[in-house]
Design a protein around this ligand. Structure first.
Ligand code: KE4
Length: 427
């Protein structure tokens, strides 16, 4: 516990860090209160600097599928650190992690490790542009692929939260090469291919949109993207930074049975340490330097500590864990939906596996336009009421929350009870 309060720390933080945070989504802006400074965490719980305890559904925005301070990860990090934190040279563990990803994800024949999801998606698009000799990409409104210029066009997550989907500072030429369509609107994608076909290098998609709240793919949508990209010799990129190894041993592509050409990973494969990866067909991946002409590099790419944490995390992901995640998540879904029914509230609970969200809108949400019809003020009231009751949710309507294997039945039942009260809050 710190001797300083959340507010005291936030005042100091604002003096030396823009907005007091190192990532905008942490600023709690949309929910109208100051963020909690977290002092420590274990399993499914976190404690702020004032000693207040919360059941955590952010899980560091997805990486902590086994919960906080998961002993095998802590031990792996401790051991790796004792042998040196970084060498800037190849290590056996990086080979093991790449082999493990290739074994579990059928579409991945080769992997390049990087340091964040943003680096992974940047690299995937550069590869696709080099492989096809084309420059345009299609992304989806509300899709978030990190903060590279190319992607900050009608982006989701923090960009949507801040209400500035297209950020200043992006050269006009970049915007011209980024085409957008509504998620789940296959006709719109078909029309873009009709107009720009010979110039489209790739379609990049979150197979389950997790940065506009949680929006599942409509039946046939992902297969339609696979067909269109094959027909036009464009690269299909699944951005599985969030869904990779969360929605099953082969992520969303395993769940929906689609093989993309490239996949980006992050979050879970680092177990809470900085990591990202791009993987896919060897034919495309072999364009990467030093074997191919497409340059990409990173001082700490594949560093021993992140790789050790990632290996410990992935090795512990077995069928039993996914079964437990599904059982906990469906218990929470049933509880939330029963509460909505009891209170005759029309809000939409949407879930895929252990990622979910509650949209404060009356209509089912199939795209970002429908997501943005949500009452974000009502969400803010609900968020504050949940936080007051010790439930820590992502501080934005346009995010997913996550259940981990460390959550307990008691956590879930306490959360359902808190949800019942928070849905009736008005302050
Ligand atoms: P990072 O560069 O933040 O490691 O990954 C970017 C990224 C790429 N693709 C998807 C599908 C992602 O969800 C993300 C990052 N997700 C956000 C949360 N919605 C990270 C939280 C933050 O920005 O602080």
């Amino acid at each position: 516990m710190s001797s300083q309060s959340n507010s005291q720390l936030m005042a100091q933080a604002r003096e030396v860090i823009p907005g007091g945070v190192n990532s905008p989504v942490r600023a709690f802006g949309p929910v109208g209160i100051e963020p909690r400074f977290i002092d420590r965490a274990a399993g499914s719980h976190i404690w702020d600097v004032e000693g207040k305890e919360y059941i955590d559904y952010v899980g560091s925005w997805g990486p902590l599928i086994h919960g906080h301070a998961y002993p095998p990860v802590v031990e792996a990090v401790r051991q790796a650190a004792g042998r040196g934190t970084s060498f800037g040279a190849p290590t056996a563990a990086e080979v093991e992690l790449a082999q493990l990803v290739c074994e579990r994800v059928a579409s991945v024949q080769m992997v390049r490790l990087v340091n964040s999801g943003t680096e992974a998606t940047m690299t995937a698009v550069r590869l696709a542009r080099a492989f096809t000799g084309r420059s345009r990409i299609i992304k989806f409104t509300g899709g978030y692929h990190g903060h590279a210029d190319t992607f900050l066009v009608k982006a989701g997550s923090g960009a949507a939260t801040l209400g500035t989907p297209t950020s200043p500072g992006i050269p006009r030429e970049v915007v011209a090469d980024t085409l957008t369509a509504e998620f789940n609107n296959l006709e719109a994608v078909g029309r873009l291919f009709k107009i720009h076909s010979a110039q489209i290098a790739a379609v990049i998609v979150e197979p389950v949109c997790g940065n506009a709240g949680v929006i599942p793919p409509a039946d046939g949508f992902l297969q339609g993207l696979r067909d269109l990209t094959a027909q036009h010799a464009a690269v299909l990129i699944f951005d599985e930074v969030m869904t990779g190894f969360r929605l099953g041993p082969s992520g969303a592509q395993g769940l929906f049975g689609i093989n993309p050409d490239l996949t980006t990973f992050g979050k879970i494969i680092g177990g809470g340490l900085p990591i990202g990866a791009v993987g896919g067909a060897a034919e495309i991946m072999k364009q990467l330097a030093p074997v191919g002409p497409v340059y990409q590099a990173g001082t700490l790419s594949g560093n021993p500590i992140a790789v050790a944490a990632g290996l410990a995390t992935l090795r512990a992901l077995n069928e039993e864990v996914y079964t437990k995640l599904e059982s906990l998540a469906s218990r929470l879904e049933n509880g939330f939906k029963n509460n909505l029914a009891k209170l005759s509230l029309p809000f939409q609970f949407q879930r895929v596996g252990s990622m979910a969200c509650l949209f404060f809108t009356e209509q089912p949400v199939g795209n970002y336009a429908q997501a943005s019809s949500s009452d974000t003020e009502r969400f803010a009231v609900y968020f504050r009421a949940m936080l007051e009751q010790g439930i820590y949710l992502p501080p934005s309507q346009f995010e997913a929350f996550f259940i981990s294997a460390a959550h307990t039945l008691e956590d879930i039942d306490r959360t359902v009870d808190a949800n019942f009260a928070a849905l009736q809050a008005d302050g």
